[in-house]
Design a protein around this ligand. Structure first.
Ligand code: ADP
Length: 606
């Protein structure tokens, strides 16, 4: 948690406000107090001096107006006596007495007696003598404040002289300075006390607030276990209680949301369909595991990507088009060797006001469905084609016969022979189709029996060797001991018949057909090779598909239906084996198949 700097803290603000308040109050009080004190002190000081000067004036007047004879003291001597009192006074610097002729007739300053007899031209003295005016002024002399009082000595309204008194008022100010010092110290003490009190008071407010702040930070991190301490019943206490209630509510709400989120995410991840959600601008905000697998993208990279580019639809659709798309959109991601088709359904997330909040896309893999549908269509086309060809042939031959050819003994038997062959081929075709349809609907049963495969295989080869009409040599590479397999003999005979008859069909005259049986672990591998024309590499896989023929016309001429190997594959798979072919064009073909065999030591009972 980031701490608030002291200078920004409430504590600092509190202290500052208090200190300033006290400072202002002290300032105002001291200014008022000191001013009035100063006034009081100076006026007292002045009044006391004035009183003494009045007394002096009275004494002096007496001496001035006194009759003097030769025995009596001179005026100067009398004045000196009177001023003697002042020479020792602390607050008086000097008192001068001046006669009407501006001559100094006495001074209280014993060191300054030389001035007696001298004339003075000081303005206040002149004014006092000429106009009888009392002069009061203050000035600074040698860094000291002095107060000067000039008073005329009046006898009635007649000026008889003047008194010039210089007093040391500095004492008064020194006292004031002391008082100021006391005030200053008091102010400092008050401020310090206020600062301490301010911090203490601020803490009572900031402590609960800091607690609440810590709690809020913890809430942000998902920790709901903490509680704010309630310090009192005041507003802040109430706030703390409310805060704790809020935390509880938040915790409940969080638990509910979390539960819902978990439910949603498990629904999303366990469903087999892909789900993608976007924001209102079409950017991906959620994609579930199946969707990212279907689109072969990683979740992290597609978040925030536009959905149209994620689904590769930029060329045909904008995001607005998707919002308005009512039908599902087929996404064909098939490549040359892998069919891959998805169906996308869109639904808009809308508020009641109609405001679009986003789009939900549900992806469904319909590759298998599409493949089945395609195969079904192809199958129907193939069946119709396979049936139509012999029927058309038969119709033209029957028409020719009807048109009179039946009467021609050279042609008629030949024509009837053709129609018979075609009919037989059609019957074979229909039988094969029926058999395949049984495989498709799983309506077949294998009647399995333990069989010595070597003996079984040899018998089939023998049958072909005896009935073969072509100059073809057979070579067998079979073990001389029995190998037991559990098979449906009829079905497996059908398979092997088909493979051998193909080998014979496609073998050249004088060619060699080899039969081999090998043991591989717990299976046996059977192979039948010929030296025929071979099969092109690209067709090798496909010869096991229904109706697939490398050379359609040639196969048909040989009476093939194109279903033989497809049936063989179904039967071998039903026996738990595999079937495949290898071939070198122009050199020959080998058809392999495997069967699970019981290769454990024979006859444990013996
Ligand atoms: P068909 O009835 O046409 O023989 P099959 O399913 O038995 O139908 O065989 C499918 C196709 O595989 C044949 O049409 C042929 O083109 C090819 N084929 C099968 N066996 C051989 C072989 N031994 N040599 C060459 N081509 C073969």
């Amino acid at each position: 948690m980031k701490r608030v700097g002291f200078f920004r803290s409430i504590q600092m603000k509190f202290v500052l406000i208090y200190v300033l308040l006290i400072l202002f109050a002290m300032q105002i009080i001291s200014v008022y107090f000191v001013n009035s004190l100063e006034e009081k002190f100076t006026s007292n000081f002045k009044a006391s001096l004035e009183e003494r000067v009045n007394l002096l004036e009275y004494n002096l007047l007496e001496e001035i107006v006194k009759e003097r004879n030769a025995d009596s003291k001179t005026l100067e001597q009398d004045v000196r006596d009177i001023l003697g009192d002042f020479s020792s006074a602390d607050d008086v610097i000097e008192v001068k007495v001046i006669d009407v002729n501006n001559r100094i007739i006495g001074t209280s300053d014993t060191d300054n007696r030389g001035v007696v007899g001298q004339r003075t031209v000081e303005l206040p003295v002149t004014q006092a003598l000429s106009a009888g005016r009392v002069g009061k002024e203050m000035y600074v002399d040698n860094g000291k404040r002095v107060w000067v009082l000039t008073t005329p000595i009046l006898s009635g309204s007649e000026v008889k002289g003047a008194i010039y008194l210089v007093s040391d008022i500095e004492e008064v100010f020194a006292q004031l300075d002391d008082i100021n010092e006391i005030l200053f110290t008091a102010a400092i003490l008050a401020l310090a006390l206020t600062a301490v009190l301010g911090v203490a008071l601020a803490r009572t407010i900031t402590r609960p607030i800091t607690d609440m702040r810590r709690q809020a930070v913890a809430l942000g991190k998902g920790n709901f276990s903490r509680k704010v301490k309630v310090y009192g019943q005041d507003e802040i206490g109430e706030l703390a209680v409310t805060f704790n209630n809020l935390t509880k509510r938040l915790q409940e709400a969080q638990a509910t949301t979390e539960g819902e989120r978990r439910k949603l995410s498990s629904v999303l991840s366990y469903m087999t369909d892909g789900v993608i959600a976007t924001d209102r601008r079409g950017r991906v905000i959620l994609i579930n595991e199946p969707a990212s697998k279907m689109l072969n993208v990683s979740r992290e990279t597609v978040i925030s990507q536009p959905i149209v580019s994620l689904l590769n639809l930029e060329e045909d659709y904008s995001f607005d088009d998707l919002l308005n798309e009512q039908e599902s959109v087929i996404l064909d991601y098939s490549t040359h060797d892998r069919p891959y088709v998805l169906r996308a359904n869109f639904s808009v997330i809308q508020k009641e006001t109609g405001f679009v909040n986003g789009l939900i896309t549900v992806l469904h893999d319909i590759t298998e469905q599409e493949k089945i549908e395609m195969e079904r269509r192809e199958f129907v086309t193939n069946v119709s084609h396979e049936l139509r060809t012999p029927l058309t042939t038969m119709r033209s031959y029957l028409e020719a016969l009807a048109d009179g050819a039946w009467q021609d003994p050279d042609i008629a038997p030949n024509f009837l022979d053709v129609t018979q062959t075609e009919t037989e081929r059609m019957i074979r075709l229909v039988n094969d189709l029926l058999q395949l349809s049984k495989f498709d609907s799983q309506e077949y049963n294998l009647t399995k029996k333990d069989t010595d495969f070597i003996e079984f295989f040899n018998k089939i080869i023998d049958r072909f060797e005896m009935t073969k009409s072509r100059e073809v040599t057979f070579r067998r590479k079979l073990p001389r001991y029995p190998i037991y397999v559990t098979i449906d003999q009829d079905k497996l005979t059908q398979v092997i018949d088909n493979i051998i008859s193909n080998a014979l069909k496609y073998s050249p005259d004088g060619g060699l057909v080899s039969f081999k049986v090998e043991e591989h672990g717990d299976t046996i591998q059977v192979s039948i090779s010929d030296q025929g024309m071979g099969i092109p590499k690209k067709s090798l896989e496909r010869i096991f598909e229904r109706f697939y023929r490398v050379d359609r016309a040639r196969s048909r001429k040989m009476g093939g239906t194109g279903l033989g190997l497809a049936i063989a594959k179904e039967l071998i798979t039903a026996h738990g084996g595999h079937i495949w072919a290898t071939s070198v064009e122009g050199k020959g073909t080998t058809i392999f198949f495997t069967l699970p065999a019981d290769l454990s030591e024979e006859d444990d009972w013996e």
